[in-house]
Ligand binder design. Sequence first.
Ligand SMILES: NC(=O)c1ccc[n+]([C@@H]2O[C@H](COP(=O)([O-])OP(=O)(O)OC[C@H]3O[C@@H](n4cnc5c(N)ncnc54)[C@H](O)[C@@H]3O)[C@@H](O)[C@H]2O)c1
Ligand SMILES: [Zn+2]
Ligand SMILES: [Zn+2]
Length: 360
Amino acid sequence: MTLITSEPVVAPVVEAPAVETLSIENPTYTAFAAGPGGQSFVQKQLELPKLGLFDVAVAIICCGVCYTDTMYAAMAEGMVVGHEIVGRVEFKGEAVTNVDIGDTIGFGYIRSTCLECQFCLSGQENMCPKRTTFTDGIGGLANASVWDSRFVYKIPSSIEPRHAGPLTCAGASVFGALYGYNISPTATIGVVGLGGLGHLAIKFAKAWGCKVVAISSSHEKKKDALAFGAHEFICTKDPITTTTKMDYILNTHVGDLPWETFVSLLITNGTLINLGIAAKPSMEIPYMPLLFNQLKVVGSLVASRHVVNKMFEFAARHNIKPEIEEYDMTAKGCREGFRRVTEQKARYRVVLNVPRNLAL
Ligand SMILES: NC(=O)c1ccc[n+]([C@@H]2O[C@H](COP(=O)([O-])OP(=O)(O)OC[C@H]3O[C@@H](n4cnc5c(N)ncnc54)[C@H](O)[C@@H]3O)[C@@H](O)[C@H]2O)c1
Ligand SMILES: [Zn+2]
Ligand SMILES: [Zn+2]
């Protein structure tokens, strides 16, 4: 295999036949690019970027759909989104030491960072001002990818690829908040927004040892929330009667939310941790309770590499799996999967599996 220095990661569109095996000489692959408004997907044959010293070429097995993907697909026609990717290493650059050919790996949100700023040097690469993400190149709605091996994660053998996908972003993001804010196992934690992130937040927080309160705008999620491990369920449409005070509220939604209720549910010195991303987020927090109860309002973004590895270890040890709906990774399957997520109907994470005829 000849190694050539990396070229820009945005692969050019080329006319080429579908391939059954990935080869360095003929590195064409199939991807699904967002159509207008992200409501449809177009199948394309693309060419992988050349393999750099630290890169791995991966045959993709499946990819989870995060709400963030639906936002980018809606905004950027032609973009290949998808950042909860699981695949098998097919080729590796000469400097790759952390994974081997044949390993099953997860990757997808952070593509690269500078590796030398104060954040990278202190194990907070997710805060690197020079970080690049899946939005700068080709995402996981494809049957192959080339990725920097320093931003891929070995999947524990007890976790199936279809369950590992959603852990790489949704799992890492909620675990990153628990870990990053040093949440004690004796804490009471509220989880707002019972979707992809939220349902995993309940499972992780329960296994972490916390008392978990699911906070939802819909009564119909009560049964599921309790089954995922929540100790209590609050529907924000009802009058709030609970006497439980929370040390933390992990909010996975953004938009028109009852911020005053959240603030009233926090105990003195409590923290509202926000994970939701939106094009035009807004938040109206009542001001005086922040002072009188010394509350904190903070954010959290995915997780750094050592935290993602700890998350996989923790998930394997506690048998934490996402609840998933599976579709074939075809133009039709992508459209249906994305529709389920944008309409907030998915129970609870959509996973797109590379079908047999496209598998490398
Ligand atoms: N900070 C990070 O690191 C990070 C990582 C991944 C995703 N995100 C963002 O987190 C958010 C959640 O992502 P997701 O993939 O879990 O989305 P999702 O659509 O699967 O889940 C969101 C949930 O919020 C619920 N919801 C809607 N309105 C609500 C309301 N008024 N009150 C309570 N819940 C309500 C929805 O029913 C849905 O179940 C998105 O904004 C996404 O972009 C952030
Ligand atoms: Zn995500
Ligand atoms: Zn950096």
